[in-house]
Design a protein around this ligand. Sequence first.
Ligand code: G4P
Length: 283
Amino acid sequence: MQYQWYPGHMTKAKRQMQEDIKLVDLVVELVDARIPVSSHNPDIDELGKQKSRLVLLNKADLADEAKNQAWCEYYKAQGSYAVRLDARNRGGMKAVQAVIQEACKEKIEKNRRRGILNRPVRAMVVGIPNVGKSTFINSFAGKACAKTGNKPGVTKGKQWIRLNKQVELLDTPGILWPKFEDQTIGLHLAWIGSIKDELLNKEEMAVELIGELQNSYPGILEGRYGISEETEPVAVFEALAQNRNCLKKGGGLDYGKAAALLLDEFRSGKLGRITVEAPPAAG
Ligand code: G4P
């Protein structure tokens, strides 16, 4: 199974981001908490290397809480700020606000020393499609925030959302295209629904997911579907199709339907909070 992306979009998006990044002090990168490695595009490390960095481990509500914590520790050890988040929940935004302030404190202090007191720090949100960028911007900005734009010195057309006296956010997020020479990354992106299902072999994806769950979350398939996990993934898949009555009209098991069901239950959290990618071990 081969996963492909569209180079035309990629080049344009990257060029736009190179321009936008010049305007900001802080890069806020959203990754998907279930697959923080695969949902991170390493280009941003190069593009944002002069900037403060904040990683938002988004959709943390769908991910394993122990691994969310481990990931936050990992990012901090790497010198990035990190917060785990459910971007749909406005209640979580205070913590983000506080961390942004912290991440930009050197810049604020530098401005203060130069006698510049009223210049807000500027941030932009980046991430791969569907990771929750728009949801985050809406929750974070809320209704109270005024949009500002087309000020002298600001690139024409850029809209900034004034969050408070100290922070402004670029209202259009930067889209990073997933990068995957490595097919495992493609597979993980496909599991969370970041690649159009029509392009993929869902049955193959489902069998691979079963293998992963058998290894990393033993008991989860048995608990949900009442099927034995003590066999090969393909046999587990067959049992699942049977258990959930996924049948073709003319008779026989409907594997397409069974695959769609498993993937949907994984993506929506019905299977439980699952993180596929753990942080590299310390040391
Ligand atoms: P994008 O701008 O990065 O492309 O992502 P967007 O905000 O559009 O979010 C994509 C989907 O993810 C949305 O679902 C949104 O509600 C959901 N989402 C965003 N943040 C979180 C989170 O922290 N937790 C959970 N569980 N979901 C989140 P949608 O529009 O309903 O699409 P879909 O769910 O039908 O695919």
